[in-house]
Design a protein around this ligand. Structure first.
Ligand code: PLP
Length: 352
């Protein structure tokens, strides 16, 4: 599904990078905050900036405790390791990042398989979840974890409605399962919907936010949950070699992002809407109207493959990602301006 466009040494300089919101570069002000960070030994719990970040994210998400990790993928893996035992089954959407893009980590690291449920926009229904529950059986894999992505990446950055999340998590808890939210873009959902992060997080036993997407930090994600779960997460962090030293320098970038880069996500969403409107006018392109900052364009009826579109755009200095056999994904973020959006729409129209 995730297929980065191979680097082309003959391509002109990259001017507009819509490949992913991970492409943001730390701003000068963020770098200055990092430069001035107080630091200590994170592994011993002595880094004051990491501690401040974890306390702040725990408060933001309404959880008892939180742990700093290098990446979102490590948050997912460590959460899964705390919730599951080898042989267990996780239920998630069939397009989930943990299935599509984490190198098979649930299977490889936790020995847990992931059962994917279908549904438009990365959503599945309470009925589908109920139907997938088998109950205790000596024959079947124990179903121990429900995992949900807010927003759903391959679902087009779609925002799960709060009531649906509450209902799904309620069903899972009733069945004795734990619940985990992949919040790579949770703050996009918060800004788009006006629902508080803690409200989205409340039905979930573990939840994390990523600082390397729209929030614009160079690395870092924070996983939150109960004090007991985060204690266990520390054990896995140490085991996997994820314990750090003077990492407050990175946490300072994340704290800066919380202060300065959350409200502005609304600009990315407005740019995504404008991009979607503009591309909808290009012959052969079918647009899924975006809730947030991810714009998916289906080019199946355009007579060109997504790869051919991506190459022609790259020849104009614009990078997008190819998603599967018929779709392109364009992500708006901190380093994409409203003028870049107009240029991108014009570049699409020029190819046609
Ligand atoms: C939905 C989702 N989950 C997890 C991740 C992994 O995050 P990271 O790149 O910080 O490991 C991503 C990254 O794109 C993502 O989109």
């Amino acid at each position: 599904m995730y297929a980065p466009t191979p680097p082309n040494p003959d391509a002109p300089p990259l001017r507009i990078n819509l490949y992913s919101d991970t492409q943001t570069r730390p701003t000068r002000a963020m770098r200055e905050a990092m430069l001035n960070a107080e630091v200590g030994d994170e592994q011993l719990g002595l880094d004051p900036t990491i501690n401040a970040l974890c306390a702040r994210v725990a408060r933001l998400l309404g959880k008892e405790a939180a742990i700093f990790l290098p990446s979102g993928a490590m948050c997912n893996s460590i959460a899964i390791l705390t919730h599951c035992r080898p042989g267990d089954e996780i239920i998630a959407h069939e397009s989930a990042h943990i299935i599509e893009a984490e190198g098979g980590a649930p299977w490889a690291l936790a020995g847990a398989r992931v059962h994917g449920l279908p549904g438009a926009r990365g959503f599945f229904s309470a009925d589908d979840l109920r139907a997938s529950l088998r109950g205790a059986s000596r024959y079947a894999a124990p179903q121990t974890l429900l995992e949900i992505e807010q927003t759903s990446n391959l679902g087009g950055g779609a925002v799960w409605p709060l009531a649906t999340l509450q209902e799904l998590a309620g069903i899972a808890h009733e069945a004795g399962m734990a619940t985990h939210m992949d919040g790579a873009r949770l703050m996009n959902a918060v800004v788009a919907s006006g629902v508080a992060a803690a409200d989205y997080a409340a039905p979930f036993d573990t939840v994390w936010i990523d600082f390397t997407k729209g929030l614009g930090a160079p690395l870092g994600a924070v996983l939150a949950g109960s004090a007991a779960t985060i204690d266990q997460a520390w054990h896995w962090k140490q085991r996997l070699g994820g314990s750090l030293r003077q990492a407050g320098i990175c946490a300072a970038g994340c704290l800066y992002a919380l202060d300065h880069h959350v409200d502005r996500l609304a600009e990315d969403h407005a740019n995504a809407k404008r991009l979607a409107e503009g591309l909808a006018g290009v012959a052969g392109i079918v647009i899924e109207p975006p809730d947030t900052n991810l714009v998916y364009a289906d080019v199946a009826t355009s007579g060109r493959t997504p790869g051919a579109w991506a190459e022609s755009l790259r020849a104009q200095g614009i990078m997008v990602s190819v998603m599967g056999r018929t779709r392109l994904r364009l992500c708006t973020h901190l380093d994409v301006s409203a003028a870049d959006i107009e240029e991108t729409i014009a570049a699409f129209a020029a190819i046609n």
